[in-house]
Ligand binder design. Structure first.
Ligand SMILES: [Zn+2]
Length: 341
């Protein structure tokens, strides 16, 4: 990335990031606010860990329901390092019956597919690979490459292509959980992606309806009515008692990238050599990032990585490398060509 912008001396957010300001010491407005919050973070983490233990007790021993269920939790599994680690915690630390589901967006790296198979086998986990029709995915991704589809605020956290994909993942997982009566959906969000205060949330049908519409509306415009097959319908909304909790355990667990990678190697996970520095599973990511940087002049992962630098789970230098080091042009070109074919 061209380094013509100023970058926060603490967290790596650039002055091109929406709504930000840097003070005379080069410290960004988010870092200035964080100083005041820092002390409470450890307590909040312990509080949510305790809440999760209570939730697990509640769903695993729920009278009349638990015995009829096959699974305690549905893992939204990308095959990347964070969701692999999260899944290993659910299985080994919390002793849950896990069903893993992955979305094949047509760009899952071969190394990630091998990881997915090895890890689910080694952890003893049932696994579903959901592959939406390529013609619909291609329409969505190639339109998202040239045109903005979503509200401005979402673009601060992810590229248009990523938001489309994650929207499908969330929706397909929720459908599956409601249909199979699985009481929790787990995500491998890193501590930088989502705050601990949002790490245990019951899905509320009316809020889900609004969230689904924000993704489904634009995607229907792009890909037509057949896209509705991937979203909830009235039959799902008619059963609010089946709506699961969303959880992301890494918000309260100890997080250290090196330690996580070392840990999941025990389950046959190997660091992919075929992806960019911000993804350990997706071959579309580099292109999505490149488009976002050219359009908005900040990297779509910078918010997440800056949060982790600020919280001390990643060094500034590591974060800086992930965001500002030169990326592999071949990855960008390969994805671009695949979508143009
Ligand atoms: Zn900062």
């Amino acid at each position: 990335m061209e380094l013509t912008m100023k970058i926060c001396s603490q967290c790596i957010l650039p002055d091109t990031f929406p709504g930000i300001s840097l003070n005379a010491d080069g410290l960004c407005s988010h870092c200035q606010q964080f100083v005041r919050k820092k002390g409470r973070l450890a307590d909040t983490k312990r509080e949510y860990e305790q809440r999760f233990h209570e939730l697990v007790n509640q769903v695993v021993h729920q009278p009349g329901r638990a015995g009829q269920r096959t699974y305690d939790v549905l893992m939204a599994y990308s095959g990347g390092k964070d969701s692999t680690y999260t899944m290993s915690l659910l299985r080994n630390k919390y002793k849950l019956r896990v069903l893993a589901m992955s979305l094949d967006n047509g760009f899952v790296s071969p190394a990630a597919i091998t990881n997915i198979k090895n890890v689910t086998d080694n952890l003893g986990i049932d696994f579903v690979f959901f592959k939406p029709r390529w013609d619909l995915l291609k329409k969505i991704f190639s339109t998202a490459a040239v045109q903005e589809l979503y509200a401005k605020k979402t673009l601060e956290r992810a590229s248009t292509i990523c938001t489309s994909c994650i929207g499908l993942v969330k929706s397909l997982c929720l459908k599956m959980a409601v249909e199979q009566d699985i009481p929790m959906i787990a995500f491998g969000w890193s501590p930088g992606q989502a705050p601990v205060e949002a790490s245990i949330m019951k899905n509320n049908p009316s809020l889900v309806r609004v969230a689904q519409q924000a993704i489904l509306g634009p995607l229907r415009e792009v890909a037509g009515g057949e896209i509705e097959a991937y979203f909830l319908n009235e039959r799902h909304y008619a059963n609010p008692e089946l709506f699961p909790y969303n959880v992301h355990p890494m918000a309260w667990e100890f997080y250290n990238e090196e330690m996580i990678i070392r840990d999941i190697q025990k389950f046959g996970w190997v660091s992919p050599k075929d992806t960019d520095s911000n993804s350990s599973n997706c071959l579309l990511n580099a292109y999505a990032n490149d488009l976002h940087v050219k359009r908005y002049h900040f990297h779509p992962y910078v918010w997440e990585i800056a949060n982790m630098v600020r919280e001390g789970v990643m060094t500034r230098e590591e974060g800086y490398q992930k965001i500002y080091a030169k990326q592999d042009d071949n990855l960008v070109c390969a994805a671009q060509e695949r979508l143009a074919r």
